[in-house]
Design a binder for this molecule. Sequence first.
Ligand SMILES: Cc1cc2nc3c(=O)[nH]c(=O)nc-3n(C[C@H](O)[C@H](O)[C@H](O)COP(=O)(O)O)c2cc1C
Ligand SMILES: [Mn+2]
Length: 484
Amino acid sequence: MYSSLREFVTFLEGRGQLRRITAPVSVELEITEITDRVSKGPAEKNVALLFENVTGYEMPVLTNAFGSARRMAWALGVEELDELGHRLARLLSLDMPRTLGEKLRKAGDLLGVFRATQPKRVKDAACQEVICRDSPSLSELPILKCWPEDGGRYITLPAVITRRPGTGRRNVGMYRLQVFDERTLGMHWQIHKGGAEHQHDAERLGQERIPVAVALGGDPAITWAASAPMPPDIDELLLAGWLRGRPVELVPCVSQPLEVPADADIVIEGYVDPTERRIEGPFGDHTGYYSLPDEYPVMHVTAITRRESPIYPATVVGRPPMEDYWMGKVTERLFLPLIRIFQPEVVDINMPAEGVFHNLVIVSIHKRYPGQARKVMYGLWGLGLMMLSKAFLIVDDDVNVHDLSEVAWRVSNNVDWRRDIVIVDGPVDALDHASPQPNYGGKIGIDATRKGPADGHSRPWPRDIVMTEAVRRLVDSRWEEYGL
Ligand SMILES: Cc1cc2nc3c(=O)[nH]c(=O)nc-3n(C[C@H](O)[C@H](O)[C@H](O)COP(=O)(O)O)c2cc1C
Ligand SMILES: [Mn+2]
């Protein structure tokens, strides 16, 4: 865990994974082009970038800090992303307890773990070293205009904190914010997300304002947790606390009835009027397309607080692979053990960069009975934000889902295109531009598992071609002789 974003920057620099750029650069497009080249460039050149001389601004801008498997893992205090999934699986102890007593004990352990990671209140906060309450202005923040046809400048790496009207349950989500003017932001929480649910509740209950706090920077574990699809009403700060191995420290906002991470670099406080809408977008999005302009709520800024010398964190999304791919990879690795609680036949999952999370999900399963691939699809289509998956490819457990060449080979061989596909209608991602109407469209599931008599497949299923062990050893031992 890091006590500040600056500490993470220092850590990355020590590992040769951060470059400081002292040449003057513009927030308009230039930082995007540099970041895009670096994040898609050769692995040894793909480093985090700290722009120290941003024309017109005091603060440095940090991009691409999460832009590789290694840096993303370090941000969460581990060396490999898989460690997180293993840690969680151990915690859940997937060799499920059998007796009621064991189950209760296990539940108690879990509660204990979560209680130990409950956020705690502190008095002094680095994020309030400087307080602008009388005339807060977004104009001091080096907010990027990312792509040429963007509707404006956007805050791209925020942790947006709200409480559910009525119950007060906290949600932290990463939703981009468009700058309309010095004190007004577009709030891009999509209809399926926690913030939008709070807005819906506020409207229903007639609550006139939803207090909002936007935290930028601080411990990167908190930033990442904002992007995690936790079930509704489960505080993402618990997850951040568990990742850090220490509770997130919170302080009360200066102008809203909310609390924010004390170690944040910058906090924007304000409120959303649940009935107000304004056109947001277009925005060069993580799908690689400009997302279409649409009506979204508006955030009115009531205060900005910050560290004395903050770092402004940003990400640039666009045609994959980019930094957000690695943020999504953590989700994939960490949520796999959770998915296996409900779908125990699931062996592994891959959401390839080209599928931008919701467009393509490859799942390997341990299949025992007919229709099991379909059962897994239907189950996953009903599980949290997996509901937005536009295509499921289900393969057998001997297929390496991370090897796209193997997946393409297995799928195209194994599928009978009349028998093995399922086409359904349902919710699709707000960014999906192919569905005839917004947020609702067609999805496909492909059962590429091997079929047998139980599946009504009476023909024999062929075997994989594999050389005998004896001949392989022979050729290994004589390889030099062949002169190859
Ligand atoms: C870099 C980045 C930007 C994102 N931007 C948005 C956004 O503008 N709107 C949105 O609804 N989700 C966005 N997401 C996805 C959400 O953060 C994600 O679905 C998360 O689970 C939302 O939290 P919630 O489940 O508490 O609503 C973004 C994710 C990342 C990594
Ligand atoms: Mn949430």
